[in-house]
Ligand binder design. Structure first.
Ligand SMILES: Nc1ncnc2c1ncn2[C@@H]1O[C@H](COP(=O)(O)OP(=O)(O)O)[C@@H](O)[C@H]1O
Ligand SMILES: [Mg+2]
Length: 366
């Protein structure tokens, strides 16, 4: 059985991204990809749930509906790719994060999307719930992708920084020399605030190519106020989500500046994403290359501003390393499922802060 199937939807809650992939010792090949947007009504219900506006009945229903949506995405990918189910080893499903509270009194990270539904709909072994075990071992449960970045992207002669621009931004610093430890953490918002403000002001889910932001100017005082959030100066391990960086967060900072044009706010939020990434990027190497991935790579204004801020440090995307930026995360969760079924760890304790390496995930047999 040659293929693994990865399913991912991040905090942007835009769509389920799916890949069929085969792995070699140190490389991979993508056989097929498919992305299925959430129906608008389901997306609205998920948005309310992330704001704690869902009771137990609603949470139960959403868990099933999202599981079915993930299952449909997997089935559609399989039929489009022409691959037989017998050729697929297993599915790795990240699920949909609703809340991420790694530092609360009872730490948890809640992903929904019943893997039982996915296993039932596809007839394939499904691995899910990747974050819980790392949390139970004292870790943040996030970010998990650095282990995969290390496996695929670490290189002996070049310092590399993988920058994922999803709803939240996370970086993985991969030093060339084996002696230095890998660094990985969430820097804060990438698209989460950009999307939230754009939706509130225009009804559109995201600011295509930074169009609205491009019409505005950065407001220095608003930017300074936002930069004072304690998350940005916290030392890793750290991870965050939409429970912190959301429309309420923006409106709290806007109270002192009620008359600002929406485009100025959009531009300031974009600058916030750029500056918080740049300030937290490890400065250890001048000849480092930054490889971006995730939906934010399609925002040309965001990429341009990052490029200007990085100066002599080269910015490109993971396409230059042979992996399309849109598919890095779903491939990572196909790889995670493989780690689980091989009995191998999926976390990096130096990144998450867990007590040690752990085999992650819950297995729903075919
Ligand atoms: N052309 C574009 N212009 C601006 N932003 C874009 C564009 N394409 C995608 N995005 C951003 O990428 C996000 C989706 O990225 P994704 O990597 O799927 O994030 P997540 O992992 O959080 O789901 C969208 O919500 C949007 O903010
Ligand atoms: Mg997405």
């Amino acid at each position: 059985m040659k293929y693994w199937l990865g399913l991912m939807s991040g905090t942007s809650m835009d769509a389920v991204d799916a890949v069929l992939v085969s792995f070699d010792d140190q490389s991979l090949a993508i056989k097929g990809t498919f992305s299925l947007p959430y129906p608008e009504e389901l997306r609205q219900r998920l948005l309310l749930a992330t704001r704690n506006q869902a009771d137990a009945d609603e949470l139960g229903e959403l868990d099933t509906l999202v599981g079915q949506h993930f299952g449909t995405t997997a089935c559609e990918l399989i039929s489009r790719s022409g691959v037989l189910k017998e050729q697929i080893q297993a599915i790795g499903s990240h699920g949909q994060t609703l809340r991420h509270q790694p530092s609360g009194p009872a730490p948890f990270s809640m992903q929904i999307g019943r893997a039982a539904c996915i296993a039932e709909m596809t007839g394939l072994t499904t691995v899910s719930d990747f974050r819980s075990r790392d949390l139970a071992a004292g870790g943040q449960g996030a970010p998990l992708v650095p282990a995969f970045h290390q496996w695929l992207f670490r290189c002996n002669h070049q310092d590399r920084c993988i920058l994922n621009l999803g709803g939240i931004a996370n970086i993985t610093w991969l030093p060339a020399a084996g002696i230095k430890a890998i660094i990985g953490f969430d820097t804060g918002p990438a698209n989460a605030l950009l999307d939230a403000w754009c939706l509130d002001q225009t009804g559109r889910h995201f600011d295509e190519n930074g169009h609205l932001a491009n019409e505005g100017a950065t407001h220095a005082e608003l930017l300074a106020s936002m930069l004072s959030d304690a998350y940005f100066s916290k030392t890793p391990p750290k991870s965050t989500g939409k429970e912190r960086f959301n429309l309420d967060w923006i409106n709290t900072h806007l109270q002192r500046f009620p008359e600002l044009p929406p485009a100025d706010v959009q531009r300031t939020l974009l600058q916030l994403t750029v500056i918080t990434i740049l300030r937290q990027m490890p400065q250890e190497s001048a000849n480092m290359t930054v490889y971006a991935c995730g939906g934010g790579t399609f925002n040309s204004l965001l990429m341009n501003e990052l490029r200007i801020g990085l100066g002599s440090v080269n910015l490109t995307t993971t396409a230059d390393l042979g992996l399309d930026p849109q598919w890095v995360e779903p491939v990572a969760f196909a790889w995670m499922a493989r780690q689980t079924l091989m009995g191998q760890p999926g976390n990096l304790p130096e990144v998450t802060g867990a007590k040690g390496p752990r085999v992650l995930g819950a297995i729903y047999p075919a």
